[in-house]
Structure formats: structure tokens, C-alpha cells
Design a protein around this ligand. Structure first.
Ligand code: ADP
Ligand code: ZN
Length: 223
């Protein structure tokens, strides 16, 4: 794998970004930067900033201003191997880190039909302690509502209810989807079919990443 891998994961809510991020960052020794979780951790601390952030997350809106971009800068500047999950979420955020000389060199777009991700999100549950994700129908814990790994009671994220899910999609289409063109214009966008089960998706991502690292400077074909 290339020495410098500055990866961004794109995709609608529920497309499986964090599952991919977890597995891929381990395999390629990339720092996994999960913006949504960083924000939820801040909320948990109950600081003034956390209280402010919560207002937006609970409504399904993006946290406004430079707060998240500044955070990303602090976390990854000077690093050569990382994977961003949930950042950038607007063209403005992408331009901000570009201006800061953080040069993303690979963007993976996870493609899933909206009907499928809505099914995933409404029955998604997470362990608040170890962050393992479950799906009540397809990947339920062995004991009802108890995390297999750490035995904590699993919960539904505040923003995983139908009304807020709808709003997150609206925000995604309006603000985040323009990034597809933004990165495709830079010739660094690679698409992955993320409608299959997680194992298959990971397999395809690995195949694609291996191809990308081999084909660097050779081919501009993305599929
Ligand atoms: P999902 O991708 O499934 O919607 P995340 O955990 O990635 O879930 O994000 C949850 C929420 O965190 C978003 O709906 C938004 O409110 C906030 N958030 C995450 N990343 C950003 C970002 N880059 N800029 C602004 N807000 C963000
Ligand atoms: Zn757990």
C-alpha cells in the first residue's frame, strides 16, 4: 500500500461508513477519524460546546461553522495515513482542509439505495460503551438488547428515528452529495456497491484499494 493514504469515506447515512472504516483502518494501519463519534463524545462530556453541538445532532442538522474543520486540522495535519469518516460533509469543508494543505488522495463512495439504508437505520442499535453496532433483524445481539461484547444495554441513537433520518437524508442530498462531483473532478473518486452485506463490501473495498495503489499514475479508469 502507498506510503501516503489520505482517505475519505463518502456515502449517505446508514451506508456503512463506520463499519468499513473500522475494518480498513485496521488492515492498512490508518488512523480512523470518525467525526460523528467525536461529536457524540463531546456531547457526553456535557461541556458548553457539547450542549451546543447536541442541538444540531438531535435535529439531524450539520454542526455549523469551522468547529469540525478546525478539529480535523488538529487531528490529521502532518499525518500521512488516515481515513476520514463523516468529514468533509460539505464542499466548503473540503475546500477548507485543501487550503490547509491536507491533500486527500482517495475518496471511496459507498453507494446504497435510499430504501435500503432507511431499513438499516430504523433498526440500528449501538452499544454506548464499546460502540459495537447491531441491527435488530439482521445482526441482533444474542441476549435481547444486551451487547455481546461488553454486556452493556444497547441503545438507539437519538438521530435514528424516522423523522430525523428523513432530515439527515435531506441534508445529505443538499450539502454532502455535491462532494461527489467535487472529488470526481479531481479524479480521486472510487465507487463501491455498498448494498451487499458488510463482508462483501469490505472485500470489494480491499480489492479496489489494492488496485488503486498498484495502478497509481498508470490509469485514470476508476471502476
Ligand atoms: P451518519 O453518517 O449515519 O448520519 P454520523 O455519526 O456520521 O452519522 O453523524 C451524525 C451527525 O453528526 C450528523 O447528522 C451531523 O449532525 C453531525 N456531523 C458529523 N460530521 C459532521 C461534519 N463534518 N460537519 C457537521 N456536522 C457533522
Ligand atoms: Zn459493548
Amino acid at each position: 500500500m502507498a506510503k501516503s493514504l489520505k482517505l475519505v469515506l463518502l456515502g449517505p447515512p446508514g451506508s456503512g461508513k463506520s463499519t468499513v472504516a473500522e475494518q480498513i483502518s485496521k488492515k492498512y494501519s490508518l488512523q480512523d477519524v470518525y467525526m460523528g463519534q467525536i461529536l457524540r463524545d463531546e456531547i457526553k462530556k456535557d461541556t458548553i460546546v457539547g450542549k451546543e453541538i447536541a442541538k444540531y445532532l438531535n435535529k439531524g442538522e450539520l454542526v455549523p461553522g469551522n468547529f469540525v474543520s478546525d478539529l480535523i486540522y488538529l487531528i490529521v495535519h502532518k499525518k500521512t495515513k488516515f481515513m476520514l469518516d463523516g468529514f468533509p460533509r460539505t464542499v466548503q469543508q473540503a475546500e477548507y482542509i485543501q487550503d490547509m494543505k491536507i491533500n486527500i488522495n482517495c475518496v471511496l463512495m459507498l453507494e446504497v439505495p435510499e430504501s435500503e439504508v432507511i431499513k438499516r437505520l430504523s433498526l440500528r442499535r449501538v452499544c454506548p460503551n464499546c460502540r459495537t453496532q447491531y441491527h435488530l433483524k439482521f445482526f441482533a445481539p444474542k441476549n435481547k438488547n444486551i451487547c455481546d461484547k461488553c454486556k452493556t444495554k444497547i441503545i438507539r441513537r437519538n438521530d435514528d428515528n424516522p423523522k430525523i433520518i428523513k432530515e439527515r437524508f435531506r441534508v445529505y442530498h443538499q450539502k454532502t452529495a455535491p462532494l461527489i462531483k467535487h472529488y470526481s473532478d479531481q479524479n480521486i473518486l472510487y465507487t463501491v456497491d455498498a448494498s451487499k452485506n458488510p463482508k462483501e463490501v469490505i472485500k470489494e473495498v480491499i480489492k479496489k484499494l489494492n488496485k488503486i495503489s498498484k495502478g497509481k499514475n498508470q490509469s485514470k479508469s476508476k471502476r
